[in-house]
Write a protein that binds this ligand. Structure first.
Ligand code: UDP
Length: 332
């Protein structure tokens, strides 16, 4: 008797991380249905899998409760990646971001409960806010600014998602694990919503000024999508992860100024690096995180997660992707 494939649903599967996850799941033999409203994702990200016999696509928002319940009915497991993401989008459309990230997630949680499907919820390092400790542990305190500032609204909404998921686990036994992603980067990420690596690499390839916001001394630990995706699936498959949250971030702390310098050097670009005040970039009252460093011990212990890809390798992969992208050709 042949075994039936695992039926996975990926919300946000047409997005940057989601589309890599879909490829990985298909490769492992799953049947995969994507729910995506194509707001920030695109079918181009799924070009390699649309014809796959175990792949299905439904264009719907996670705010469409009937669609979410209908598609998740019969699923074995769900990866919930759909969200309003990107600092720029969140600032420009705070209401839509709040609704999607809170009510949309609630629909996904209800659907998983009704279908008795397990769930992996993608959360974010934004949760920690302005906590600049040496290494942010899953139990570290959150330091958030005013909820009237859109950036903190996003952090608040994702925090509610985690609390919701945790409560569904405690009160209803929902098999849900959570991950906090720290600046995941790689091919298919677009700079359109603010993300720094594709934005700066694109500028470097075009010879445009490289826009470093603030004094450029803020730091991040970029992680490569190819390191993150297998860890998402491994965590989803461990019952010990239910009711728990796991950091997944990069190993190398780098300032944005240093990142810009490395991009210029690596790509042999003629671009100049330009410091742009935050106010000019994001409008008045914008607050940035000075530093954000993950402690990956918990995910390392559970599933052996180790971020292996170097920043230089990430720059190369993103540059290669931008050079070959057909929708927005980049002169080289
Ligand atoms: N950033 C920048 N230039 C850009 C886009 C972003 O200097 O063109 C900065 C941004 O202010 C932040 C860092 O790069 O300090 C990372 O930004 P991103 O939006 O990628 O992620 P997040 O702020 O969520 O860490």
């Amino acid at each position: 008797m042949t075994e039936l494939p695992i039926r996975s649903v990926v919300t946000g599967g047409a997005g940057f991380i989601g589309s890599h996850l879909v490829e990985y799941l298909l490769h492992r033999g799953d049947e995969v249905v994507v729910i995506d409203d194509l707001s920030t994702g695109s079918m181009a990200n799924l070009a390699g899998v649309v014809a796959h016999p175990r792949f299905g696509f439904v264009e719907a928002s996670i705010l469409d409760r009937a669609a979410v319940l209908g598609e998740i009915d019969g699923a074995d497991r769900v990866f919930h990646l759909a969200a309003a993401v990107g600092v720029r989008r969140i600032i420009e459309q705070p209401l839509d971001s709040l609704r999607t990230n809170i009510h949309g997630s609630e629909n996904v949680l209800d659907a998983c409960l009704a279908a008795d499907a397990s769930l992996l919820l993608a959360s974010t390092s934004e949760i920690y806010g302005k906590n600049t400790s040496d290494a942010l542990h899953e139990d570290s305190d959150r330091i958030l600014g005013s909820p009237l500032k859109s950036r903190w609204t996003y952090a608040a909404a994702k925090g509610i998602d985690e609390s919701f998921a945790h409560a569904y686990h405690l009160e209803h036994g929902l098999r849900v694990g959570m991950v906090r992603l720290f600046n995941t980067v790689g091919p298919r990420q677009t700079g359109r919503y603010g993300m720094v690596v594709p934005n700066l690499v694109g500028q470097a390839l075009r010879g445009d000024p490289i826009t470093v916001f603030g004094d450029g001394l803020q730091t991040r630990c970029f992680s490569y999508v190819g390191d993150i995706v297998p860890a998402l699936v491994a965590i989803a498959e461990r019952p010990e992860a239910y009711g728990q949250v796991f950091n997944l971030g990069g190993a190398e702390e780098v300032s944005i100024l240093e990142l810009a310098e490395r991009i210029v050097a690596r790509l042999g670009s003629t671009s100049e690096i330009m410091l742009v005040p935050y106010e000019q970039a994001y409008g008045p009252g914008y607050e940035d995180m000075r530093r954000r460093v993950p402690d990956n011990t918990r995910s390392g212990s559970l599933v052996g997660f180790v971020p292996r890809t170097s920043i230089d390798a990430i720059i190369d992969a993103v540059a290669e992707d931008l050079r070959t992208r057909t929708e927005s050709p980049v002169p080289v």
